[in-house]
Design a protein around this ligand. Structure first.
Ligand code: ATP
Length: 363
């Protein structure tokens, strides 16, 4: 009953086309993250689902029931859509204590006093703010207010929960704890969650599915694993991964089910069903590059430009040929010396190939 579907949704602000023919299916129990750079239309998508904005075109259904039909201007009011929304700006009631803010939804549902107390205290404990229950919002930090807003949203155990950058004001440690809490909550309650973030690590950590936006277009909807391993579009590849993926331009020749690419990385034979154009871009994550002080079969020789130890791992900047620099990530501390030669291998199975013209993944 909590499947949400958007069909050909278009939204304009003045003459600006903000959401472009958006098709998105969020199935019951999904943790669907809307991911993309600032201004790409994530929040607007949430707002048209909740009814805070109306799209000019398109249809939205919840549990098969049409709540929006842009063509005939049919818009079910926000309060009748059965959704629970947490904004980046928390919108707490300033005249109520933390406890009363969180209890608000349960009071509306006429839940008994004893049950309300138990559920509110439970939600406050989950969000690590039990000790703040008698304070007013003005006496809380931004991060504390943010956690009150989440507690208020989860306490009623909604079927659908929409969260817009709900952890943006927390410090790194607390953000990690809250991610774990949200993930557990999703599993325990089976709530369908739509989550907005521009933080790709957060998206990869939390979601069952990720929808990646660029400039109002949905460019890929997939599992975190597939989004990471096989970004369908070069813009997705550029956005995902920390440290970022390496890109290398290559010439390409197609021959019966495979392509041979030629670049500063040498020649690579990559399986490929469809012939791309003769210019491609190779993409490989820093952690997939093999680096060794000893010769490696099919490896190429590079010089170590810079070494950046980071505790459990080391980033090695490698000068390949000419101006080309690539970044490799190796586990542990490595015995490399700046300026020294090393052997480097790019495993073919880990290389993604993009058509330079269309930016689409071809292999
Ligand atoms: P962020 O991560 O920065 O919150 P976002 O991906 O959520 O970005 P939106 O808030 O959906 O992006 O905004 C998409 C575009 O629509 C932006 O260019 C924004 O300036 C514009 N926009 C959003 N709301 C309005 C509005 N009420 N009036 C005019 N333009 C708007």
């Amino acid at each position: 009953m909590s499947t949400i579907e958007l069909k050909k949704v278009n939204k304009y602000f003045d003459n600006n086309h903000i959401l472009k023919d958006l098709d998105l299916l969020i199935e019951e129990g999904d943790f669907m993250t809307l991911l993309g750079p600032s201004g790409c239309g994530k929040t607007t998508t949430l707002r048209v689902i909740t009814g805070l904005e109306n799209p000019e075109q398109g249809i939205i259904t919840i549990g098969g029931k049409e709540i929006v039909n842009g063509q005939v201007s049919h818009f079910t009011p926000p309060s009748k859509r059965g959704l629970n929304l947490v904004f980046q700006s928390y919108a707490l009631w300033p005249h109520m204590t933390v406890f009363d803010n969180v209890a608000f939804g349960l009071n509306l549902q006429k839940t008994s006093k004893a049950e309300t107390k138990e559920r509110v205290e439970n939600a406050l404990e989950k969000m690590r703010i039990f000790n703040l229950k008698d304070r007013y919002p003005s006496e809380l930090s931004g991060g504390q207010q943010q956690r009150v807003a989440i507690a208020r949203a989860i306490v009623t155990e909604p079927k659908i929960l929409l969260l817009d950058e709900p952890l943006s004001n927390l410090d790194a440690k607390l953000r990690l704890e809250m991610r774990a809490e949200l993930k557990r909550l999703h599993k325990e309650l089976g709530t369908t969650i739509i989550y907005v973030t521009h933080d790709q690590v957060e998206a990869l950590t939390l979601s069952t599915k990720i929808a990646v936006f660029f400039e109002g277009n949905l460019v890929q909807v997939d599992t975190p694993r597939n989004i990471y391993r096989h970004p369908a579009d070069i813009r997705v590849a550029d956005f995902i991964g920390n440290p970022k993926i390496n890109f290398v331009d290559a010439k390409c020749r197609y021959n019966a089910g495979s392509i041979q690419t030629e670049s500063e990385l040498g020649k690579l034979d990559v399986p490929c069903a469809q012939p791309p154009s003769d210019q491609v871009v190779l993409a490989i994550y820093p952690e997939d590059i093999e680096v060794s002080n000893e010769p490696i079969e099919d490896g190429i020789v590079c010089s170590v430009y810079s070494i950046l130890p980071a505790g459990s791992e080391t980033l090695v900047q490698l000068s390949v040929q000419g101006d080309l620099m690539i970044l490799a990530k190796v586990i542990g501390e490595m015995e490399y010396t700046m300026g020294k030669m090393v052997w480097v291998k790019f495993p073919v199975s880990k290389v993604n190939v993009y058509d330079k013209g269309t930016g689409k993944l071809v292999s």
